[in-house]
Design a protein around this ligand. Structure first.
Ligand code: GDP
Ligand code: MG
Length: 440
């Protein structure tokens, strides 16, 4: 395994009670290096995140995910059947023990980005994301809501890792970030987030529902879906969740066995119960097998790696510029990035039309005609931008139409010069031709 965990965002709350500012740090250099790599940047991206309370086996699970990823998409010669690895190999990857001390709150990604070329021609980059945070104490609640919100916004699959059962406070924590989603919803018919995967660890109520995806479905039915069964106080919460995520699944995991309690436990398979291993083999491909990958979308459009970088930067700025961000701020940041990308893409239309019109092999165009063409292309460019599924249209339409116009007029000056140079050149040619005629 050559990769390593990389902290891309760290969050710490200021303890000063007069303010509720969160201080965020973005590891921009590393992110830039990874996400603008020529092999990766133009691929559509699938981001799998695991979030939830501290010390509940998130990183531990992700390290088994890494084994699957290297076996399936890497070149480590493990056949798919034995991807879970050697019985005696210690578990490595994201750090998963760390004692009872909490690590820095934040978001990490695995530095190796996995590549998959879909037979339908789509080139995919897969990113695994670990989060650190806790919900156990009020002072850190805000940081954790931020970690949760940020990781949900960045990912295409959010695995919500919880202990024992779906409790009311788990749902309340979810409500914190679905609030962000609800606001994004005002502007679009699409659900803002893609897949929410509940992962229940140490499930013991086997008589109520069996381990695995089927049992998970049953539990979900009872807690979220069936109106007659779910508690009334969860009503609004459940409705919010369902309108925020495209897909919600649940998986019931057995207890890993008592081996994990031994002081010298290193995560070797031999120390885990067969039942647990069986369900690792079952669960992980449900998320990571090629046919189950979910490409990150924003407002129905698939996202490429370098666009994801733009979003992360904007989310980051939104979180950092204010008090802990209001949902509107997050929504605006998403919308702004969305508009920016569509405007830049549209400008390429103007660029290519005008470049063609004024290319060296084309004749000089009279000034008036050039201006007319320019105006027509500006109009087409603006239409091309407006035609895209734009988030937050009411906030950004004017701003980006203006931006496109001023971009086009500044480029027009250059195209005009190119065109005028042709006239000057034609004059020189004409004069030299006349000279030649006189001399002859
Ligand atoms: P994280 O803080 O959620 O990332 O938790 P870690 O992955 O660091 O794991 C914390 C501890 O939980 C480790 O000592 C693991 O051995 C243990 N652990 C891992 N998976 C499970 C599980 O499914 N059930 C229980 N009870 N413990 C687990
Ligand atoms: Mg961890």
């Amino acid at each position: 395994m050559q990769g390593k965990p990389m902290q891309i965002i760290s969050i710490c709350g200021e303890d000063d009670s007069s303010s509720s500012r969160c201080i965020l740090q973005l590891n921009e250099d590393e992110l830039n290096k990874m996400f603008t790599d020529g092999k990766i940047k133009d691929r559509v991206v699938s981001v799998i995140s695991v979030a939830g309370a501290f010390r509940k086996g998130k990183s531990f699970l992700l390290d088994f995910c890494l084994r699957y990823m290297y076996a399936k998409y890497g070149h480590n010669n493990l056949s798919e059947k034995d991807w879970l690895g050697d019985e005696n190999a210690p578990l490595e990857g994201f750090s998963w023990r760390g004692g009872s001390q909490r690590d820095t709150t934040g978001i990490l990604i695995w530095s190796d980005i996995f590549l998959y070329d879909n037979p339908n021609g789509e080139k995919v980059a897969i990113i695994l994301m670990d989060t650190q945070g806790t919900f156990d104490c009020d002072s850190t609640m805000k940081d954790c809501a931020n970690v949760f919100a940020l990781s949900t916004m960045i990912s295409s699959v959010q695995i919500f890792n919880i202990q024992s059962n779906i409790q009311k406070d788990d749902l309340q924590h979810l409500q914190l970030f679905t609030e962000y989603a609800r606001i994004a919803m005002e502007d679009t018919v699409k659900k803002p987030f893609q897949k929410l995967q509940f992962l229940i660890r140490d499930w013991i109520h086997k008589s109520e529902a069996p381990f695995g995806a089927l049992g998970g479905k049953q539990l979900l039915e009872q807690t979220l879906i069936r109106k007659d069964k779910r508690p009334e106080e969860n009503e609004q919460l459940c409705e919010n969740l369902k309108t925020s995520f495209n897909e919600i699944d649940c998986y019931l995991m057995p207890q890993p066995g008592y081996g994990i309690e031994e002081p010298d436990f290193r995560g070797c398979l031999k120390d885990l119960r067969d039942e647990f291993k069986k369900h690792l083999r079952d669960f992980i491909p449900l998320i990571l097998a090629p046919e189950n990958l979910i490409i990150k979308e924003i407002n129905g459009q698939k996202l490429k790696v370098d666009h994801l970088l733009k979003y992360i930067r904007l989310y980051f700025d939104a979180f950092n510029s204010k008090e802990c961000p209001e949902p509107t701020t997050i929504f605006k940041a998403t919308a702004e990035a969305n508009n920016q990308i569509h405007a830049t893409n549209a400008e390429e239309l103007y660029e290519s039309k005008m470049t063609e019109l004024t290319s060296p092999d084309k004749p000089y165009i009279p000034e008036e005609e050039l201006k007319r063409q320019h105006e027509e292309y500006v109009e087409q460019t603006i239409l091309c931008y407006k035609d895209k599924p734009l988030l937050g249209k009411i906030y950004f339409l004017m701003k980006y139409c203006q931006k496109i116009k001023s971009y086009c007029s500044s480029r027009f000056q250059q195209f005009r010069q190119l065109n005028e140079a042709k006239l000057a050149l034609a004059e020189v040619n004409y004069l030299s031709h006349m000279n030649k005629c006189i001399l002859d």
